[in-house]
Ligand binder design. Structure first.
Ligand SMILES: Cc1cc2nc3c(=O)[nH]c(=O)nc-3n(C[C@H](O)[C@H](O)[C@H](O)COP(=O)(O)OP(=O)(O)OC[C@H]3O[C@@H](n4cnc5c(N)ncnc54)[C@H](O)[C@@H]3O)c2cc1C
Length: 296
């Protein structure tokens, strides 16, 4: 399959990219940014996307701020051009508070995809099961975007509007994703037909230990593949607040999550099947998150 014809432009920096998007749109083009190309190119090849112009962000990899990550008091900031693979091999540098990001990367496609695809590209693309989208909700990410009117920060809770639809405007360039919520006890797990496929359902969870050490102060439960966008499940999270960590609580959270969702019924999996997956995966992920916190 070949994409429809398009014009090709290279952006030298973020200002140049924003400028090109504006100029091309004014000239009547339908421009789109391309980073790793691991989602956009397949969509263009299948003619599901037909931009008339591409603005390549490749040269922005030379900018150290865009192609590295850093820890500070506000959390972990990952530059827009950082690849899934860089995060995967950087577990020690991320530190225990954000190590779940590194562990989760093994679920993203295959090595060549992880070596080219970017964190920002995945979040802007907004697939309902994309691991980065779940992790953004889990760790209260802020998506930093630059556009013709300057810079803004989009909380992850406002980011995912539905089927491949996010809050980033067509004239904006994401420059970084900042994860603000440390989660030493966290895990992501999923079920896909083959390793490397997108998940049918995936679950990302975290647990907050209370100061008494015996109970929990709360936690997060995020599901993908059960709605047009990834969702938090407050009904399951409510059980974690004050709950005693262990198999009974984790199973009850799995049941609560399964009961709370209204999953789609499509060729990849029926609603009842997705509900069963959600129950199992939430229970498993909570156990893994608890054990991970014990062994770090
Ligand atoms: C066979 C296969 C299996 C895969 N499996 C998985 C999987 O299991 N899990 C998963 O999460 N992903 C999977 N992917 C997708 C992969 O993770 C992509 O890397 C990712 O979704 C998009 O990142 P990218 O850099 O390639 O973005 P691109 O494909 O270049 O762009 C994707 C979208 O984001 C926009 N965009 C990119 N960068 C920016 C930016 N800085 N600012 C604003 N907009 C931007 C583009 O305009 C486009 O709309 C798979 C891909 C393939 C081909």
């Amino acid at each position: 399959m070949k994409p429809a014809a398009f014009r090709y432009h290279r952006a030298h920096d973020v200002t140049d990219a924003v400028g090109l998007l504006g100029e091309l749109a004014t000239a009547g083009e339908d421009p789109k940014l391309i980073a790793g190309g691991q989602s956009l190119m397949p969509m263009m090849n299948f003619r599901l996307a037909r931009p008339t112009a591409l603005v390549d962000l490749g040269p922005l990899r030379r900018d150290p701020a865009l192609s590295s990550f850093r820890r500070d008091d506000s959390g972990l900031t990952i530059g827009a051009m950082v690849t899934h693979r860089t995060v995967e091999v950087s577990g020690a540098a991320l530190g225990p508070d954000f190590a779940v990001l590194s562990r989760a990367m093994r679920w993203v496609g295959h090595l060549p995809i992880r070596s080219r695809g970017t964190v920002a590209g995945s979040i802007v693309h907004g697939d309902a099961t994309a691991e980065w989208c779940l992790l953004a909700l889990l760790l209260d990410a802020e998506i930093v975007a630059e556009g013709p009117n300057g810079r803004r920060e989009i909380p992850a809770g406002d980011m995912f509007h539905g089927f491949y639809t996010t809050a980033v405007e067509p004239d904006e360039v994401v420059t970084a994703v900042r994860f603000t919520r440390p989660a030493p006890r966290a895990a992501l797990t999923e079920f896909a037909r083959r390793h490397g496929d997108f998940a049918i359902v995936d679950a990302a969870v975290s647990l907050d230990a209370a100061s008494d050490g015996d109970s929990l102060a709360g936690g997060r439960v995020v599901l993908g593949g059960v709605a047009p966008a990834p969702v938090r499940v407050p009904e399951a999270e409510a059980l974690l607040d004050g709950g005693v960590p262990g198999p009974e609580l984790f199973a009850a959270c799995g049941e609560a999550a399964a009961a709370a969702i209204d999953p789609p019924d499509d060729a990849a999996g029926g609603a009842a099947y997705r509900r069963r997956l959600a129950r199992t995966l939430v229970t498993q992920a909570l156990r893994q998150a608890w054990e991970k916190g014990e062994t770090r």
